[in-house]
Write a protein that binds this ligand. Sequence first.
Ligand SMILES: C[S@@+](CC[C@H](N)C(=O)[O-])C[C@H]1O[C@@H](n2cnc3c(N)ncnc32)[C@H](O)[C@@H]1O
Length: 294
Amino acid sequence: MVVVTIPTVLLFLILCRPSARLTDKGTIEHWGPNDEQAQEQQDLSHHLWTLSLNGKLYLPPIDHLQDVLDMGTGTGIWAMDMADAHPEATVKGIDLSPIQPSWIPPNLKFEVDDYNLEWLDHNKFDLIHARELLGTVPSWPEMYRKVLGALKPGGWFQQADPQILLTSSYDTLGPDHIYHQWNPLLLDSGKKAGLDFDSAPRMKGWLEEAGFINVTEYRVPWPIGPWPKDPHQREIGAFNQVRIEQGVVDFCGRRFTNNLGVFAASMRSAVKNNKLLAHHYVWFAYGQKPPASH
Ligand SMILES: C[S@@+](CC[C@H](N)C(=O)[O-])C[C@H]1O[C@@H](n2cnc3c(N)ncnc32)[C@H](O)[C@@H]1O
């Protein structure tokens, strides 16, 4: 049996908190919690992300991995899986919070660090991984400059983020459907907090503009509920439904009062309604630092 606790919740929690606060000493506050529940959510989230990649941990065609960096590693679950899968490589996970376990593979280390500060590593990594960092980087184009500097020539960067505009391809959402209220509300709330919740589809263009080559994007639908016939999509849908339902509860509980409680209840019942055949997308984008001779 698979134990379900949830992670898209973090995305909704973004809306209830200020954005990461930046000073000349770097980031002093992250919007999201890093408590036990948040950590469980990150671990479930990892399961969903790897299901989406059919068990792969990354997509770029890398022959030889020597040094790997996981930005905003959270519980470190991706970094631990990478270190286990690639004993030949050294993996470093960095985060503002020291919430990672201490029993870890010998080729892995965790460091408390702030990726919004200038980076000290140059021409070092074969792969840099950034997942679910939505709302923590004031400017991704500026971040790509740092990532390019830290990659070896020919090294790869992979970024993955969810898009949480809820929709359906089956004409099941009438014009007044609650999701048509949810989506603009979500975007507006993000804007008020200085955050862009619809950045995932733009990652590929930004990577190209920043100078990465061989840039590729990959979009995966995450069903909301176990409605697909395909068993793989069905599994993703089952996890994702719980994840989003919890997210709505947290979001509305912190943010809304009075009649907006009714809004929360309507959202929850929509999320649990498998007849809507609803989904949202998650996006992967990856690109390569030009080799020295390029
Ligand atoms: C939603 S979690 C994602 C965790 C992990 N990447 C995953 O996919 O399992 C975001 C993480 O980014 C970290 N974070 C946010 N801002 C950061 C910063 N400026 N520097 C380092 N880590 C940061 C948070 O502490 C949190 O653990």
